[in-house]
Design a protein around this ligand. Structure first.
Ligand code: FAD
Length: 438
């Protein structure tokens, strides 16, 4: 008979609020608590319910004012003293770590969801295969494409040209149009069967919808709108994204759950070169989803441009953007002329969009589009961080601003300090002259 050693868990302590230090930051401690042990009063200050607190330290770490500390209750202190006297080691902690390591090691491989609409792939999927290739190499694992749809088999081959080693294909009429329920079931089914450690999806309308649903059903973490991805030596995905209104860059990790899921906006990652000759393994998976199980029915597909002008700011090679310095809607004609000469499009800062001068689809920045054009010309835009995160990876940035200290000049390759109403027409004329001289 084997003797089972009885281990006593080392007390972890409880959290408590330090009087007078809370700055009522907006209930970050409350949202961080996994067991609802933090209650907020009307002034936005927390109280910690001692018997609910599990000592996870999350509220202590998140508090921007160091207003929460850990302490041992009298009972816990007594137990600690006894453990110390008995020289008892906290074996339970090692056991927990072992079990977790075993669970996580069952998951291997990097997956990229290949988003397609009627067979046309969203380019962000290829960008993610490029990044996925780097992650898979760092982890010493395979990169796989996930292709879901109807009559979309050739996209598997295309994914090999962009770096995938394998493609999981779920192809049936029920997947012809994107519907959350059907795609959710398909992706969860694949996860259950093949257990990937990382899944990347585009931060498009479809990707955001699907990623959130999948993460909820499989019970894992998801970081949206990442701007940087890497891996650490414990195979954790380091997911970097702007946080707190874009004022800091946070690196988020999901170290206790798998798969690790992230979405990335179009144009944030570099488009990999398409390899001429490529091959890989296609794994056809028959997923048990039938039309009768899906509540949503697609009756008709109505294109969203509806005959109106549609502008693809995110995909443009030349962008002339205007901000509050444009002083009015009509003045954007100046930018339109310059964009026309360059073969580009007009973009806008959020201030210009909020003022009703430009449509939201042209907004560049954190709550607009991320762009990576060959040339970005910022006219009358101050360069707030929320704007910069959307355009700072442009190949060449030219800023025109009458304030020489405007932050936009910190990211600009060329800066023109001057009145845009003089500079922009002069630039347009110069481009016209050059084109005529060719
Ligand atoms: C959560 C959140 C998300 C946000 N998301 C975005 C986003 O996606 N995109 C975005 O752009 N902003 C975003 N913002 C807003 C952002 O913080 C700034 O308020 C905004 O970018 C400022 O726009 P602007 O540069 O056009 O205006 P301002 O900051 O007012 O700058 C106007 C500039 O024009 C210059 N100027 C004025 N007249 C002239 C002239 N005649 N010639 C030359 N220069 C002139 C001025 O010197 C000034 O620098 C967000 C903010 C928050 C809080």
């Amino acid at each position: 008979m084997t003797e089972k050693k009885l281990t006593i868990k080392k007390p972890r302590g409880k959290a408590r609020v330090l009087e007078g230090k809370c700055i009522a930051c907006g209930a970050r401690c409350e949202s961080s608590c996994p067991v609802n042990a933090v209650e907020m009063n009307e002034a936005g200050e927390p109280t910690i319910i001692e018997n609910k607190c599990i000592g996870c330290v999350k509220c202590v770490k998140i508090c921007p004012a160091q207003a929460i500390e850990m302490f041992f209750t009298a009972e816990e202190q007594k137990l600690l003293d006894e453990l110390m006297k008995a020289g008892e080691s906290d074996d339970s902690v090692d056991e927990e770590a072992d079990t977790l390591a075993k669970l996580l090691s069952a998951y291997r491989g990097v997956w990229v969801f290949v988003e397609q609409t009627e067979g046309e792939v969203a380019k962000v999927s290829w960008e993610l295969l490029g990044k996925g290739r780097e992650l898979a190499a760092a982890l010493g694992t395979e990169l796989s494409a996930i292709v879901v749809g109807h009559n979309v088999g050739e996209l598997c081959q295309e994914s090999f040209h962009y770096g995938a080693d394998k493609a999981f294909l779920v192809d049936a009429p029920v997947f012809r149009y994107y519907r959350t329920e059907a795609y959710l079931k398909a992706v969860c089914y694949l996860i259950d069967l093949y257990k990937p450690e990382i899944i990347l999806m585009g931060a498009t309308g479809l990707g955001r919808d699907l990623a959130g649903a999948v993460a909820t059903v499989v019970g894992t973490g998801l970081t949206a709108d990442c701007t940087g991805l890497g891996v650490d030596d414990k195979r954790n995905l380091m997911q970097t994204r702007p946080a707190f209104g874009g004022n800091i860059m946070a690196t988020i990790m999901c170290d206790k759950f798998r798969p690790q899921m992230a979405t990335v906006r179009p144009h944030v990652m570099h488009m990999p070169e398409r390899k001429g000759i490529a091959s890989g393994e296609i794994i056809r998976v028959s997923c048990p989803v039938i039309e009768g199980d899906i509540l949503t029915k697609v009756l008709e597909v109505i294109k969203d441009n509806n005959g109106m002008e549609h502008v693809d700011v995110a995909g443009a090679e030349f962008i002339v953007s205007g901000g509050r310095g444009m002083m009015g809607k009509d003045n954007f004609k100046l930018l339109q002329e310059l964009a026309h000469e360059l073969g580009g499009v007009v973009g806008a800062s959020r201030s210009a969009v909020d003022a009703g001068w430009m449509s939201h689809e042209r907004q560049v920045g954190q709550t607009g589009k991320t762009v990576r054009p060959k040339i970005y010309i910022a006219c009358g835009i101050s360069g707030a961080i929320q704007h910069l995160v959307g355009m700072q990876d442009s190949d060449l940035i030219i800023a025109i601003n009458r304030d020489k200290d405007a932050p936009i000049f910190e990211v600009a390759h060329y800066g023109i300090v001057g009145d845009l109403f003089q500079v922009v027409p002069a630039l347009t004329q110069r481009v016209r002259d050059m084109k005529q001289a060719e």
